[in-house]
Design a protein around this ligand. Structure first.
Ligand SMILES: [Zn+2]
Length: 195
């Protein structure tokens, strides 16, 4: 479980930003964890802004939506750099589905954190082939805090960290994930790939 670091101490005197990354496979609860952190900041009356890439149109345009329908209003953005302007003077910036941004997001995360903001990024760390999903590796490297959450393997019930694609499509991105993907453990993922 992620324990929030001591934001309170430096808040009064000097604003110190930092970067948190929440990563994992599909069905691992990344968005739920992002929402949990953002809700806690909102309860503390901190100014929170939430963004997601405009490419992700599976559910509502304006909401960061997790699969348990636990939604927070968010702003879809076309380019990572738009976030710097739109974040304004907020204290906490949440970004969901961060793997769909290009590598400009790495600089954006640094700029936001260096200006004193708490930056929380959630995204898939591996694609459906089990390869690192750029730009997540770069974001994991620059983050102060990294949380990897796990799903349950739909084959055997162990902890799962892979997103197994059930349909034959060439694209890296296939939306509508519930029908197209299974969370799988390492063993079941690679056994399935070797079919
Ligand atoms: Zn398994």
């Amino acid at each position: 479980m992620f324990i929030e670091p001591t934001f309170g101490k430096s808040r009064q005197s000097e604003k110190k930003g930092h970067i948190e990354v929440i990563c994992g496979s599909m069905f691992s609860g990344k968005t739920e964890e992002l929402i949990r952190r953002l809700n806690r900041a909102l309860i503390a009356k901190q100014k929170v802004e939430i963004f997601k890439p405009a490419v992700d149109k599976r559910y509502h345009e304006l909401d960061v939506v997790s699969h348990n329908e636990n939604a927070i209003r968010s702003t879809p953005v076309q380019f990572a750099d738009d976030i710097i302007l739109l974040a304004g003077n907020c204290e906490v910036v949440g970004i969901d589905e961060v793997q769909f941004f290009d590598d400009r997001i790495v600089n954006v995360a640094n700029v936001l954190a260096n200006s004193g903001k708490r930056v929380i990024l959630a995204g898939l760390d591996m694609d459906f082939e089990g390869n690192p999903f750029d730009p997540m590796p770069q974001l994991l490297a620059i983050a102060e805090y990294v949380t990897k959450v796990h799903a349950i393997c739909m084959k055997c019930g162990d902890l799962a960290s892979y997103s197994y694609r059930l349909v034959e499509v060439k694209n890296k991105v296939v939306l509508g994930e519930k029908e197209s993907y299974e969370a799988r453990c390492r063993k079941c993922f690679f056994e399935g790939k070797g079919r």
